[in-house]
Write a protein that binds this ligand. Structure first.
Ligand SMILES: [Zn+2]
Length: 371
């Protein structure tokens, strides 16, 4: 194992920031795995999980049990991690610009459609090598205009040519759930089962250019474009939502770490005793079948339902209670589904996010991720 320190914000007259990555195994010796935690810097369960993974990887490295290359970035956002407003950590958006740290990553497919014209054929392995080489080159040519883009470029440069990318996040209050690309459902199914995820949200393009999609979507974009060429979905990139922001507990993080190690073992990256895969507890849900509920007016949020409850269409999910006007509005979803995530706040302003319900029927269009 060796670690690298990447300069992110280095102007000498202001606060500086560096990013640290830990590198296991050797490049080219097998599959490449990239794992990062808390690019939304206030999503702390991810950092605890990364810490436990690092301990396990150190041990496996000493035992010679790493078969490919693994890069671990246990705190992926030193800029966001330093932002605190009056005592409250603030790590989802860059405070000076309002930019979401997990949006607007460089999507290299359009450049590759030009640079790879006439160069791809029926040899799937040769295509994968060439696409990875071109993707690395495109990311290297990205000229960051500020510190946040330097951070994004640094992270993406480590992940763009990986076989497996795990981007560890959490929601406000939530069940374990995951996001991935529709073409990756079967590849990701073992991880879903091992982590006991209740929802696997899938889309071919969710909008917003999140990190996992910047790594994975180029493969099916190129496959759609170069119809005659053999191009697999070669990067299994997943955003893992590790329950809610206060679910920072060893009795969650320890089994989660073992689940990820087992996934890497089943993928042939770790030489460890393999346990049988559990039954998959959830089916893939189209991201456009998720119904978000919002507060129609300001008030106190009172849930009728709990996380994990199944909700029928029209059934009361929560009330918004305005204690001054006396107005009480009962919220319900228009589609049946699983209540899997909610805000952590209990007084909301008009239009605020209340909760998300995973249905089965696709009905939404446009950008499918929250801001
Ligand atoms: Zn997040």
């Amino acid at each position: 194992m060796h670690s690298l320190k990447h300069p992110i914000a280095v102007d000498e007259n202001v606060a500086t920031a560096n990013l640290t990555s830990f590198h296991y195994g050797s490049p080219g010796s097998g599959k490449k795995v990239y794992i990062q935690a808390a690019v939304h810097a206030d999503e702390v369960p991810a950092m605890l999980l990364a810490h436990l993974l690092r301990q396990e990887l150190d041990r496996l490295d000493a035992e010679g049990a790493i078969r490919g290359e693994i890069i671990l970035v246990p705190a992926a956002n030193p800029i966001g991690l330093s932002q605190v407003i009056h005592g409250t950590p603030f790590g989802r958006y860059h405070l000076p610009t309002g930019i979401n740290f997990n949006r607007m990553y460089l999507h290299v497919a359009d450049a590759l459609k030009k640079s790879l014209e006439g160069r791809l054929g029926s040899d799937i392995d040769a295509n994968v090598l060439l696409i990875r080489e071109e993707a690395r080159r495109q990311v290297a040519q990205w000229t960051p205009k500020d510190d946040v883009e330097t951070l994004k470029k640094t992270l993406l440069a480590m992940a763009i040519d990986a076989d497996i990318v795990l981007d560890l996040h959490c929601d406000n209050e939530a069940l374990m759930h995951m996001y991935t690309g529709t073409p990756l459902v079967e590849t990701v199914a073992p991880l879903t089962a091992l982590l006991g995820a209740r929802v696997l949200l899938v889309a071919k393009a969710s909008g917003g250019e999140a990190f996992d999609e910047a790594c994975s979507r180029l493969w099916w974009d190129l496959a759609d474009h170069f119809e005659g060429a053999a191009i697999p979905p070669a990067c299994a990139a997943v955003t893992v939502e590790l329950r809610g922001e206060n679910d920072v507990r060893y009795d969650y993080a320890r089994p989660d770490a073992q689940a990820i190690l087992q996934y890497l073992g089943h993928a042939g990256v770790l030489d460890i005793p393999l346990l049988p895969l559990p039954e998959t507890p959830c089916r893939a849900t189209p991201l456009n079948a998720v119904e978000p509920l919002e507060a129609p007016h300001a008030g106190v949020l009172v849930f009728h339902k709990r996380l994990g409850d199944m909700v029928e269409a029209g059934e009361p999910v929560a009330d918004i209670v305005n204690p001054v006007s006396g107005q009480v509005t009962t919220l319900s979803s228009s589609h049946a589904g699983l209540l899997f995530a909610s805000t952590a706040h209990r007084h909301l302003l008009r239009g605020a996010h209340v909760c998300k319900i995973a249905g089965t029927e696709s009905f939404r269009t446009g950008d499918l991720l929250s801001a």
